[in-house]
Write a protein of this length. Structure first.
Length: 242
């Protein structure tokens, strides 16, 4: 019987498992009881290696197989599924209908995109790219940002990197404003990171936003946002003297 592409991927990933590295990653990505990624299981494979497997098999994988891989309890299998989806989404041969199908699939499966690296490596490539090209659907960013699911909120913010890179800031600033009072540290970091990226492209836009909000921001969010400021200005923001 011919081995399925899905089985080939799973077998290759399993052969590359590094138990010692897996233990380190499970601590780093907070997989313990009560932590944000409770129960996530790692093989201990570096991202470039997983990316190579995705590239090797991506063209053969159906959306149904990608769904099965994304629903896996193994972190690297879920990552591989997302990398394959990006590869398909960015293919020169893809039709607009197929891109829409991948985008819809992505948003329907956000509960499986359930660690910050999975979000950060995929959201701007799929959700961000699609919404940038379909302005009438950008209201979905607000829906994601106001979701009760942590990963939806992080997807809303990090997908905006696609907009920021192209110097379109209205949606990123809207999402940042919605999330600035979120209670989770992962969101403080994500919002601060995206604000910093805005500042790299237009410092005035960032400072206008900060002057309105910085005194109410969580400390981590502010620190991330002003990380590249000159030391004297950074200290003024941290002391509330701007």
């Amino acid at each position: 019987m011919r081995m399925s592409t899905l089985t080939k991927i799973q077998n290759e990933l399993k052969l590359l498992a590094d138990p010692k590295q897996a233990q380190n990653l499970q601590r780093f990505f907070k997989t313990g009881k009560g932590e944000y990624a409770e129960g996530d299981i790692f093989y201990g494979i570096k991202v470039p290696v997983t990316r190579g497997i995705a590239k090797k098999f991506g063209r053969e994988v159906t959306l149904k197989e990608a769904e099965e891989l994304l629903h896996s309890k193994i972190h690297e299998e879920r990552l591989c599924a997302l990398l394959i989806l990006i590869q398909k989404f960015e293919s020169k041969e893809i039709t607009p209908e197929e891109q829409k199908e991948i985008f819809d699939f992505y948003l329907a499966n956000t509960k499986y995109i359930n660690n910050w690296d999975l979000v950060d490596l995929s959201s701007h490539e799929i959700a961000g790219a699609y919404l940038f090209s379909h302005p009438k659907e950008r209201k979905l960013l607000k829906k994601l940002a106001t979701s009760e699911l942590l990963w939806d909120k992080r997807i809303a913010m990090v997908s905006c990197y696609h907009f920021i890179y192209r110097k379109e800031f209205s949606e990123p600033l809207m999402v940042a404003e919605l999330l600035q009072k979120d209670g989770h540290d992962l969101m403080h970091k994500a919002v601060g990171w995206m604000l910093r990226e805005i500042g790299k492209r237009d410092l005035g836009v960032l400072e206008d936003f900060l002057k309105k909000h910085y005194k109410q921001m969580p400390r981590t969010m502010l620190r991330y946002a002003i990380e590249k400021f000159p030391e004297a200005k950074r200290k003024k923001y941290l002391k509330g003297l701007v």
